[in-house]
Write a new protein. Structure first.
Length: 548
């Protein structure tokens, strides 16, 4: 779900707020007043445009305003339902496009009731979506189901005000009332399935700031197949009409459903749009109400069937992608398991000669000390240096063994500037060889409690990945750290090599870094900035105070 902004509360006033905070709050309220006013005006204009398809002098069998309403509530969130209903009421009544009857409560409910019902339906769908992981954009099946259930629920709720309003005018004509409510449902259903999808697509593009680099038609065998299918279907409709069988939309229904199954929602929506563009001129103006209702009912079947088929195809494609993603994760996990076993074996083999070197170095130090002035002082200094380095390597090997074997180790306090300096020192030769410059931005002197070997490995993986992906030569990788709330953020940012060259690796670096971050109670985020650069951010919980 796309949330445009927090819900403003003009009545709330906090005297402790600063003037700048009050100005920001006032701007937010003003922005939303403009949005709601624009929504009310657009809704009223679309309502007026649907008057040519009014049936029984009550409702229209083509109501695009319902699509605008549905898209607005889906994007802004169902909590904005009362405000949207108020905007519809004020603008519609103020412009004179809607006349309130003498029974004011019932007529008011007739204006705002559909919007409130749509808000309840979307609320239910959004609640179900929040229970499922990995939801992005407007999901295939939830949106399609909400688009179908919304008009039906509004039709049922309309009985609450249509029956009393009709009885107040005299005897109730059940057939006329049922026909009017059927027209109401058909108009809303067609309006939602035609108008809402492109609006939601546009809103998602604005939110993610991702636009197609260039819109160019792609002629493929599948597109030719689906286009031929639609053309043949409407040719058959024309032939049946010439033979005197009337306007039968069964062939376009089958063709649109086939387009949905083969091409997804986008192709299904295109087929629906073609059918609507052909049918609407046929039912505009001097045709009987019965003919208009009959044709639009068939058109609604085309729209619902095609969009559900396209949504099912997109949902199936998403499921297949999720299965493939999990298969790749399992493969990476197997590789990581093999690498873990190999690392334990290698560490075991390295630790034995390293221990021998440490012992011999300490023996050499003692021998040089016992020799006194007869021996060379440089030999003693070199031996002491070897002993210290050997002890340091032995400690590092011990920690690596603990990490590779999966045993837990107590965490220690580590200086964030020192961690970054150590990582950059390790990766500097590799970056220099690749012709990539590493720019380190100065951050606060923070102390964090982490497994130093693991966190260094995670940071090292991110910097190495950035160096491998940066343009060569003269590429630049920016490294920095900061504190945000309860987390310390280690950020690595780089441009992407436009030559298309890819770094040959196993793809384990990000997985290992993400696993280490999660083990510390943090997370790893990888995103593309508006400038086209890739930013990897390692979030580690901050538990210690900064040191001066």
């Amino acid at each position: 779900m796309l949330t445009l902004a927090p819900e403003p509360n003009p009545a709330a006033y906090n005297p402790e707020e600063s003037p700048s905070q009050r100005r920001v709050s006032a701007r937010a309220v003003g922005r939303w007043l403009i949005i709601l006013t624009a929504y009310g005006i657009a809704f009223t204009l679309l309502r007026s445009a649907s008057g040519s398809w009014a049936t029984h002098k009550v409702f229209s069998v083509w109501f695009p305003a319902a699509g605008l309403r549905f898209a607005f509530l889906w994007i802004a969130g169902p909590r904005w339902t009362p405000w949207a209903a108020l905007a519809e009421l004020v603008v519609s009544v103020g412009s004179g496009s809607v006349q309130l009857s003498h029974d004011l409560p019932l007529s008011l409910f007739g204006v705002v009731g559909p919007c409130l019902v749509y808000g309840v339906v979307i609320r239910m769908v959004h609640s179900r979506m929040r229970g499922d992981a990995g939801r992005t954009e407007f999901d295939p099946l939830p949106f399609a189901i909400a688009a179908v259930l919304g008009p039906m629920a509004a039709w049922i709720a309309a009985l609450a005000w249509a029956l009393p309003l009709a009885s107040s005018r005299g005897a109730i004509d059940a057939s006329l009332l049922f026909s009017a409510l059927l027209v109401f449902t058909l108009g809303d259903l067609l309006g939602i399935l035609i108008v809402a999808p492109p609006l939601l697509w546009l809103a998602e593009r604005v939110r993610s700031r991702t636009w197609p680099a260039r819109l160019r038609p792609r002629v493929t065998v599948r597109f030719l197949e689906l286009g031929t299918c639609v053309v043949c279907a409407w040719a058959l409709v024309w032939l049946l009409q010439r033979l005197g069988d009337g306007l039968v939309l069964a062939p376009p229904l089958l063709a649109a459903c086939w387009c949905g199954l083969r091409g997804g929602r986008a192709i299904a929506w295109t087929a629906i749009l073609i059918s609507t563009a052909i049918v609407l001129p046929m039912t505009d103006g001097g045709v009987s109400d019965a003919f208009r209702v009959q044709v639009h009912m068939q058109l609604a079947c085309v729209a619902v069937g095609a969009y559900l088929a396209g949504s099912y195809a997109d949902a199936q494609l998403r499921a297949l992608r999720e299965i493939n993603r999990r298969d790749r994760l399992l493969l990476h996990a197997e590789r990581l398991k093999s690498l873990q076993a190999m690392s334990v074996a290698v560490i075991h083999e390295v630790s034995q000669p390293l221990s021998t070197i440490a012992i011999e170095a300490r023996a050499l130090v003692k021998a040089s000390e016992s020799a006194g002035q007869e021996g060379s002082p440089e030999v003693g200094e070199i031996a002491a240096l070897i002993a210290r380095k050997a002890d340091h390597m032995a400690e590092l090997i011990r920690r690596l063994r603990a990490f590779g074997s999966g045993t837990t180790e107590s965490r220690s306090l580590q200086s964030m500037p020192q961690l970054v300096a150590d990582v950059l020192a390790l990766v500097a030769p590799e970056a220099a060889e690749a012709g990539v410059a590493i720019v380190s931005e100065t951050g606060p002197n923070l102390t964090i409690k982490v497994h130093d070997v693991e966190i260094r490995q995670a940071m090292l993986n991110l910097v190495r990945n950035a160096v491998a992906a940066a343009p060569k030569p003269s590429g630049v990788v920016t490294v920095g750290w900061s504190r945000s709330g309860g987390f310390v953020q280690f950020c690595v940012e780089n441009a992407v090599d436009s030559s298309g060259a890819r770094h040959a690796g196993m793809g384990l670096g990000l997985i290992i870094s993400r696993t280490i971050a999660q083990a510390h109670g943090g997370r790893l985020a990888v995103e593309t900035t508006s400038a086209g650069r890739v930013r990897s951010t390692l979030h580690v919980p901050f538990r210690e105070r900064s040191r001066a």
